[in-house]
Design a protein around this ligand. Structure first.
Ligand code: CP
Length: 311
């Protein structure tokens, strides 16, 4: 694949295998930029990016801002509490006003699934989904897959466990769509309430006992319990969750040598992952964060129709 024709990135479900590979290859080119002493290229000079986060974020928002600055774009950050959404302005009107202010790219995080698609269909600006409700978080999925490919040298055939709150996780959905397209063997692990029947349709296996599948894993990706999206209790208590699904020190000792321990963040230390395991030898959690810059540079560059890919 030589050209990119999309102005928006809404989800990995929309992309072909070739498009995902092209994004990952472009991110590899940009990763080199972050390793130079001068970490900037002129690819998006003259373009304006608005980071519009209606939900909290540390990693994604900062990473998009750094990625845009490394591409020489101008960056404006706005949050829900500091915007006229507070006065009743609709999301569409807010976005139309950002477009009228010549925003070439709007990076949107929103609690409502479908809001980036809604704007993408109505605006000429590029819309990049930075996480919409429980739907997708495509740049997180891409940076997770990029990290797996960097460490293992391939995706096809890898055994990837995604553990925890699958039902409410946009990160899980983006990982599933991308990994299945690239040929990984994905197993979703969690209580039946959080990994209900139906996920197999996406081309994955479902397991309800982590201890049965732990030792097969080339990658274990642990997800946070999304208390903010749950309207009732999905398991009896955190103690029981840890005993059945937590990556404790004892479980980490049973992982295959070279198994990557991943987490999209923010971590609940002592719940889905033991604190020492999170900081230990197999963990690539902070490398995921660093890789997010290159992946987001690739997404911004391609969707904004930039020029000047580093050689
Ligand atoms: N992984 C992730 O989306 O983190 P933030 O919520 O801090 O952006």
């Amino acid at each position: 694949m030589k050209t990119w024709t999309r102005k928006d990135l809404i989800g990995l479900d929309d992309l072909s295998t070739e498009e995902i590979q092209f994004l990952l290859d472009t991110a590899t080119a940009f990763k080199g930029v972050g390793e130079r002493s001068l970490k900037k290229v002129p690819a998006l000079r003259g373009k304006t990016l608005v980071n519009f986060f209606v939900e909290p974020s540390t990693r994604t928002r900062t990473s998009f801002e750094i990625a845009a600055m490394r591409l020489s774009a101008d960056v404006v950050n706005i949050t829900a509490t500091a915007s006229s959404l507070q006065k009743g302005e609709t999301l569409k009107d807010t976005a139309l006003n950002l477009q009228a202010l010549h925003a070439d790219i709007i990076v949107l995080r929103h609690s409502s699934a479908g809001s980036p698609r809604f704007l993408a269909d109505r605006l000429e600006s590029s819309i990049i989904n930075a996480g919409d409700g429980s739907h997708e978080h495509p740049t997180q999925g891409l940076l997770d897959i990029f990290t797996m490919r960097q460490k293992h040298g391939r995706i096809a055939g890898l055994n990837v466990l995604i553990v925890g709150d699958i039902l409410f996780s946009r990160v899980a959905r983006s990982n599933i769509h991308g990994l299945v397209k690239l040929g990984a063997k994905v197993t979703l692990v969690g209580p039946t309430t959080l990994v209900p029947a139906g996920f197999e349709k996406l081309g994955v296996r479902v397991a309800h006992r982590l201890d049965d599948v732990l030792e097969e894993a080339d990658v274990i990706n642990l997800l946070r319990i999304q208390h903010e999206r749950q309207r009732k209790e999905y398991f009896p208590g955190l103690g029981e969750y840890v005993s059945l699904f937590g990556l404790t020190k004892a479980r980490a000792a049973r992982l295959k040598p070279g198994c990557l321990i991943m987490h999209p963040g923010p971590i609940n230390r002592g719940v889905e992952i033991d604190s020492e395991v999170a900081d230990g030898a197999g963990s690539v959690i902070l490398e995921q964060v660093t890789n997010g810059i290159a992946v987001r540079m690739a997404v911004l560059y391609l969707c904004a129709g930039g020029a000047g890919l580093p050689t």
